[in-house]
Design a binder for this molecule. Sequence first.
Ligand code: AMP
Length: 303
Amino acid sequence: MSLLVVGSIALDTVETPTGRADEALGGSAVYFSLAASYFTDVMMVGAVGHDFPPEHKDLLESRGIDTSGLVHLDGKTFRWTGRYAENMNDRETLDVQLNVFDGFRPDIPEAFRGAKHVFLANASPEIQMHVLEQIESPEFVASDTMNIYIENELDALKRLMPRVHCFVLNDEEAVMLTGERSIVSAARAILDMGPATTIIKKGAHGSVMASQEDVFLLPAYPLAREIDPTGAGDSFAGAFCGTVAKSGAEFAGLRRAMAYATVTASFCVEGFSVDGFRELRRADIDERYEDFMRMTHVERVIG
Ligand code: AMP
């Protein structure tokens, strides 16, 4: 089953306590697609400018990602600049240049409109809705959001949420959206806004998935050395949706998808930009998955 993602394609400048990268490949759709490509076929829609280096597109295509929905517009590629604190979890956005992403209203290619699995990566909820309305009969829709849309476009976000099966966001955004400080209360408040499932990511502190019936928690995969967390959240979503596209969305399947998401995101953090994916093989993900299962397994106590 193939998976459609619509989101940003970026040139990121990132500073972390371990070093920096300048104008390196990034963007929500890029991280998502690379991670998802280990699990299913991926179709990507996004916009780049005349300055987008062709080797970046080659990398995506080398992972089998269908880039025919990538449009080249007259202007510069979206740029984001960020700096991470010593704890590697808190980050500050220093600069955003929307460039060709500004006002980009994606036209989904005819060949992609039959997609059954869709990820609406970070964009204004009005644009996310515009994308969703072009998909003929989606079976599983997941979406992301961010603080600026919670602050400025809350009504549009609340119209989108009931149309989404799985609403993914980070802990700060969850608190902002619901006013609830406890993650479990925030998750419940989000479910009341319409999605069947929500995932709240807590960076290095793991993630929580909740539906009306169940709550499931996982820690992050512990890394000896973190290099650059940029894109970890989008990589998490990519592996999650990729696993769902491949093996279904019943809750037990979603738990497995959470574990693959956690493990795949950890590879992203081990390099700047998309470097963690350049040499990565599916076997490496499976090996770390086994390791993660061992680390988190608890026997039931009887008697
Ligand atoms: P993550 O670390 O998973 O939250 O994803 C970071 C990626 O999101 C970076 O590669 C940025 O280029 C991209 N990004 C940052 N701000 C925005 C925005 N306003 N809209 C879309 N993508 C963004």
